[in-house]
Write a protein that binds this ligand. Structure first.
Ligand SMILES: Cc1ncc(COP(=O)(O)O)c(C=O)c1O
Length: 457
């Protein structure tokens, strides 16, 4: 009894805390009558973060970094403070370089471009990857390496771990083997088992962990899960600024990346009469040209903001919201008793985040086209996402799209697109995605359920 009443008290305290936070930093949602359910697409920025940063910018003079003049020195100092904070936040200070990039995709591209793929290399990908990871296969192919996908189960969209183990054991005589997978699916919310990092490394694989969808609502400790390369985008964690991500590279793998060119800021020496250059030996090697020195200082404030709330609290809140939605969706029925919603992937909160993919069904059990659901949501100022979410692997599994169908469509069409493929195959594709964050509140959740109920027939 005592335990449950103290849990209730804690829940109440947490509810009050998050409601106050919402009023303080996100009142624009109510003012604009917006209901936001695309936290995996991008988190919302707290107003206080904007104010803090613009205060700093308006009171200081910052110049292009890496010079000894005072305005340059201040910019360098602020960027390096942000970098230090990022490394500390992910428990990566000793073992990693933090390379600031434009976003997670750009971080991934650096790995693709610089990883030493050759005819004895293999790139192993989870079928549940964002296209910015799938695209790495083009770098691998261009250097005559091979790539393979590890499939996932239709039932819960989790990876086939027996197959994964087999694939990891398969290429023992290969050089430069890279396993690339998301810590959390950007579509199904599935959290993949991070223990595969060490298991793969023990079999001489390098591991690229795409943590973009995981870190906004979960703690990532890079000492515990020492992936060789890790990609993230900061706007997904705290909304502002956009245009900054980072690539963590483990120091002991750093020299494995071969940069195919050099640019301003990346070299310690370059000559013209004799075409020689020496690349920098730290993060600077991969930060081409002028970094975003006016916005990077805001990254430190953003991480401080998240730490003040506490990732454990964020995680709990997101789990509670996810549970609420999943249980309500399971109970929504048409008047004839048929279900109103078909959720793909896990139906509970075990090892998953706050991203849910589903289709709304008509009373005969057929999918209502996702674009109709989206159009209705738009009318009500509810921001959801629809389509395949840059993750074709999940959509192909959900809609049972065969290799033959994909090849037939692809070879028949010069330019290809998702909606046209639906027409061509006469087969529905796509789904609806919603995602919750620490800003989501009960009123948003009620709005969502009412909206889905509006399809009841
Ligand atoms: C898992 C995952 N990886 C990569 C990306 C690409 O991130 P960005 O568009 O910020 O480069 C996203 C974006 O949604 C994502 O969710």
């Amino acid at each position: 009894m005592e335990i449950s009443s103290s849990t209730q008290q804690q829940d109440l305290k947490s509810e009050v805390f998050f409601e106050e936070l919402r009023k303080r930093d996100f009142s624009r949602l109510e003012e604009n009558q917006q209901v936001y359910f695309d936290y995996t697409g991008g988190n919302l920025y707290p107003e206080s973060l904007l104010k803090e940063h613009y205060d700093f910018l308006s009171k200081n003079v910052l110049g292009n970094p890496h010079s000894t003049n005072p305005t340059s020195k201040l910019a360098t100092q602020m960027v390096e403070e942000a970098r230090k904070k990022v490394l500390e936040y992910f428990n990566a200070s000793e073992d990693y370089f933090c390379i600031f990039t434009a976003n997670a995709s750009n971080a991934l591209k650096i790995v693709g471009e610089c990883y030493p793929f050759n005819e004895k290399s293999q790139l192993l990908l989870f079928a549940d990857n964002h296209n910015s990871v799938n695209g790495l296969r083009e770098f691998c192919k261009s250097k005559k390496g091979t790539f393979q996908y590890c499939p996932m189960y239709y039932e819960d969209l989790r990876i086939d771990e027996t197959k994964l183990s087999e694939l990891l054991h398969n290429k023992l005589d290969f050089e430069n083997k890279l396993l690339a997978f998301p810590a959390q699916s950007n579509v199904s919310g599935v959290k993949h088992d991070l223990n595969w990092i060490k298991k793969a490394q023990d079999l001489s694989w390098d591991v690229l962990l795409d943590a973009a969808a995981f870190v906004p609502t979960s703690k990532l400790d890079l000492k515990e899960y020492p992936a060789n390369f890790v990609s993230i985008s900061f706007y997904k964690i705290f909304g502002f600024p956009t245009g900054i991500g980072c690539l963590f590279v483990r120091k002991d793998t750093f020299n494995k990346l071969h940069k195919p060119w050099f640019a301003g800021g990346t070299v310690s020496f370059a000559a013209v009469n004799e075409p020689l250059h020496k690349l920098n030996t730290n993060h600077e090697r991969f930060e081409d040209g002028t970094i975003n020195y006016l916005q990077i200082p805001a990254i430190k404030n953003g991480l401080d903001y998240i730490e003040n709330i506490g990732m454990v609290n964020i995680n709990k809140r997101v789990e509670k919201h996810t549970q609420f939605i999943l249980s309500h969706f399971a109970n929504l029925k048409h008047t004839n008793g048929n279900p109103l919603v078909a959720v793909y992937g896990p139906k509970d909160t075990q090892s998953r985040g706050g991203t849910i993919i589903f289709n709304v069904l008509d009373k005969d059990g057929k999918n209502i086209p996702f674009y109709e659901v989206e159009a209705k949501a738009n009318e009500k100022n509810i921001s959801i996402r629809t389509g395949c979410f840059c993750n074709p692997g999940i959509d192909e599994v959900n809609n049972c799209i065969s290799n033959e169908e994909l090849s037939k469509y692809y070879s028949a069409k010069e330019g290809a697109n998702f909606l046209e493929m639906i027409n061509y195959l006469g087969k529905m594709r796509g789904a609806v995605r919603i995602s919750v964050g620490f800003v989501t509140n009960q009123s948003d959740l009620q709005n969502l359920i009412h909206f889905i109920e509006s399809f009841r027939a």
